[in-house]
Structure formats: C-alpha cells, structure tokens
Design a protein around this ligand. Structure first.
Ligand SMILES: Cc1cc2nc3c(=O)[nH]c(=O)nc-3n(C[C@H](O)[C@H](O)[C@H](O)COP(=O)(O)OP(=O)(O)OC[C@H]3O[C@@H](n4cnc5c(N)ncnc54)[C@H](O)[C@@H]3O)c2cc1C
Length: 435
C-alpha cells in the first residue's frame, strides 16, 4: 500500500485525529474543507512521493508507538506509571495571578508558563489555539509572541481544531517555540521530532493539557438550536469555560443575546457530538509532554472553587521550569501522591486504559499503539461497556438527537447531569476495581 493510500485509509475509516499535520505538510494538496462539518482532510489528486511519505510519518491516526516515543523522550529516566506515563513530579498547581486563574481553562498554569518562558526569553513564540477574529465561531491556531496574545488564547476549546496545520509557520519561525496541543497533536509532533523533521526543530518545550475527548462543531450548532438560533455565523464570541471554575459554556450572539450553561450541564453534548476517534485513544494525561496539566477533579478542590490543576513534570527541563516559577511566586505547587493522581481521573483512566482497548479489538481498522492488552478486565466491566454501547446507540439516533436540539439546554443539561451521577454511582466499584 502506498503512503497516500494509507493516509486515505485513515481518513475513510474514522481513524483521523484531525491533528492537522498532513494538511500542514501537504503543501496545499491536502486541506480541510468542512471545519463546521465532519472536519476531515481531503487529498487533492496524486501527492508526490516525498510529501506523502512525510504526511504519513507525521500521522497520529494509526501508528503511534508509545514505548518507542517514551524511550526517545525520557530514555528510561524518571518514574513511569501505566496510566499517566513518565513523570518526575506530581503536583496540584495554580497561577498566583488571580485574574488569570479565573480567566483560564482550569488554573492558568499553561498560560502563566508560556508567559514566563517568553519573559525569560527562553522562547520567542508559543504555538497556541485562539478563536478566529474574522469567524468567531471557529478556532484558529497561531504563534503568540506577546503576553497579550498568549492570554487571548487561554481557555479550553472543546471543539475539533487542527493545531498542526501550522507546521510550515513553525518551521519558518526564527527562535525557540513552546507548543500546546492535545495528546493526538503531540503524538504527531513527537513522531516528527523522532524523525528529525525540520518542521519541528524549533519546538523546545511542550506544555499541554490532559484530554478526555473532543467534540464536533455540531455540538455548537445543537447548543444554538436549543436556544432557538439557527445560524452559527451570528456568533460573536464563544467561551467553553467562562467565569469561576469549572466555568460555563457561554455563547454571545451578534445581536447581544447570551446563552450559557454550567460546564457539568453542557457535558450533555458529549454523547451526541463526541469524535468517534476519541473512543479508541489511550492517552489521557498527554504522556509525551514536558509538563502536562489537567483539572484537579477531587472533592477537596472542587468544593473550594477558584481552579486547581494536576500538574505533571515529566522531563528534566519541565521540572526545572516549574521549580523556577514556584521560586519566583508565579505559580503555587503542592505535591500530590500517585494514588490521588490516579483517583482524580480514575473514570478517564478506566475509559482510555481499559475501555479503549476493548473498543479497539472490535474494530476492523485499528490504531496501533504497540501496547499490550490490559490484564484483569472482568466480566462486569465488559458488561458495562456493552450497556454503554447500547445507550450511546440509542442516544445517537436521529429521533433523540432532534429531540435534544429542540428541548431547552438547561433542562437537558440538568437531566444529563443527574443521569451521569447515577451512572457513576452504579459503575463506581467496577470501574475503579484494580485501578
Ligand atoms: C478538548 C479538551 C479536552 C479536555 N479534557 C480534559 C479531561 O477530560 N480531564 C481534564 O482534567 N482536563 C481536560 N482538559 C484540560 C483542561 O480543560 C485544561 O485545558 C487544563 O487543565 C489546562 O488548564 P489551564 O488553565 O492551565 O489552561 P489555560 O491556561 O487556559 O491554557 C489552555 C491552553 O490550551 C490550548 N488549547 C485549548 N484548547 C485546545 C485545543 N482544543 N487544542 C489544542 N490546544 C488547545 C490554548 O491554546 C491554551 O494555550 C481538556 C482540554 C481540552 C482542550
């Protein structure tokens, strides 16, 4: 099979992560046509052999060799955990800048680290994801070179975005870069670095978020429809985590109307609009970064509000940055142990480190992570997987999705949240068993 055929197979069989690398490296021959639709890359005509080879070697859709990337980056140093990867330090962290902490996705650690690296002149630019000024309903990756631009790009965007489309700009950039991206995007960057590809030579640090899953743009359209609005082009501004942690999904329209819903309630969009590819992803904690940052989902922090993050220092340089920032009072860090680190995201580890392997086995076209099938997945856990599949299939029927679109989002959100709490309770023991 040629490299172009392999790429096409990834696209045709729902393995594409939409990282954007093939589009970035394709010199105009590969493009995303429908960013508000399925958001899939389309290959125009016959690629030349070199471009196809490069695009395939960067593709994070099918082959991501976890052990090989881990030894390339960490060389067996540090500790390794089967759920969250190689680490040197585990902390709960937050920025000491109150305004930033409130503005950012969880606790502003990523944004303050990027600003600090710029101010220390350790980098000259940061690859980040902002919102488009021209089309404010779409995200837009760019290289931020000032504090103001880094802050503009703060906040989690829970919608498919292809940061690696920017590879040609990263290559042409004069100076060191920090890079922020989801696990699938980071997989591609690390694959390219392993191959010594020039497009990633400027990337010196990867500071990036955990990721459970991502959503199609249809989630935004559905949210609008449930508020009686049909045209997404009337959107003036979208925030996915607006206000006090954990924040609200908030959409402001050009006519001044504002719709918002607490984050836990807006999670009702997940079963209807999640990317299917995320169901076979096995990386929660962004395992190949220098520093990974996620929400600290634990009652002790959730009760306090304000925003707390789990911060994993993986590489030597990552840990060094964290220590210096703490010494200078830019961030605060409180050590946390392995058990609490797992407990905070146990539902996601169960989902990606067990559930994803069960789902991979059932697929004809499978991603290959070169990882063994996890031991000890009992009958009850398999049964929950089966039950979940049935529930998802019902939820994704045209009848249910259309119904959800016309019902008020606050009603659906509240109902969903109650069901989620109930489901978590009945699956708690099984899902956490032996984690
Ligand atoms: C799609 C998605 C799913 C996530 N799932 C989980 C989860 O299940 N559990 C969990 O604990 N945490 C999850 N997170 C991480 C969490 O939402 C916060 O991003 C993280 O805790 C960092 O917070 P912060 O305040 O330090 O980030 P900020 O300081 O607000 O900085 C966020 C940075 O992330 C970049 N960014 C935002 N969205 C994207 C995107 N879609 N693609 C690439 N880069 C982006 C921005 O450019 C910005 O630089 C997810 C994030 C995303 C984007």
């Amino acid at each position: 099979m040629t490299n172009q055929e392999k790429l096409q197979q990834v696209i045709d069989n729902d393995l594409c992560t939409r990282c954007g690398s093939c589009v970035g490296l394709g010199k105009g021959s590969i493009e995303f046509k429908d960013k508000t639709g399925r958001y899939l890359p389309g290959i125009k005509g016959q690629l030349n052999a070199k471009d196809a080879k490069e695009a395939w070697s960067a593709c994070s859709g099918q082959e991501v060799n976890f052990p090989a990337l881990d030894s390339f980056l960490f060389n067996g140093e540090g500790n390794h955990h089967k759920y969250f990867g190689t680490y040197r330090e585990l902390n709960i962290g937050f920025t000491t800048n109150f305004e930033l902490r409130r503005r950012c996705g969880s606790a502003g650690v990523i944004t303050s680290t990027l600003i600090w690296l710029l101010e220390e002149k350790m980098i000259q630019g940061a690859v980040v994801l902002g919102m488009s000024e021209k089309e404010p309903w779409l995200t837009k990756p760019f290289i931020a070179t000032s504090k103001e631009d880094v802050i503009k790009a703060s906040q989690s965007k829970y919608v498919i975005s292809s940061v690696n489309e920017l590879l040609p700009e990263m290559e042409a950039f004069h100076g060191n870069l920090a890079y922020v991206g989801l696990p699938c995007q980071v997989h591609s960057i690390r694959k390219l670095q392993k191959e010594n590809h020039p497009s990633v030579k400027n990337i010196k640090y990867i500071i990036a978020p955990y990721c459970g899953l991502n959503l199609h743009f249809s989630s935004i359209k559905s949210f609008l429809r449930s508020h009686g609005k049909k045209n997404y082009k009337d959107i003036a501004d979208i925030k996915f985590r607006h206000g006090e942690w954990p924040g609200n999904m908030r959409v402001e329209m050009k006519d001044g109307s504002v719709f918002q819903l607490p984050k836990f309630h807006s999670n009702y969009l997940i079963p209807f609009h999640m990317m299917k590819r995320c169901l076979v992803c096995v990386d929660v904690a962004n395992e190949f970064t220098d520093i990974s940052v996620g929400d600290a989902w634990a009652p002790v922090y959730e009760e306090r509000g304000k925003g707390f993050s789990i911060v994993i220092g993986r590489s030597e340089k990552g840990v060094e940055i964290l220590h210096k920032m703490k010494e200078e009072g830019i961030i605060d860090l409180i050590p946390v142990n392995v058990e609490d680190t797992v407990r905070m995201h146990s539902h996601m580890y169960d989902n990606k480190k067990r559930g994803a392997f069960l789902r991979i086995r059932k697929r004809r076209y499978q991603p290959d992570y070169n990882l063994p099938f996890p031991e000890g997945i009992g009958f009850k856990r398999r049964f929950f997987e089966f039950a979940m599949n049935i529930i998802m299939a019902i939820l994704r029927t045209r009848f249910v999705t259309s119904l959800v679109d016309i019902l008020p989002s606050n009603v659906v959100g509240k109902t969903f949240n109650s069901f989620k709490i109930f489901w978590k309770r009945i699956t708690y023991t099984t899902k956490r068993k032996d984690l």
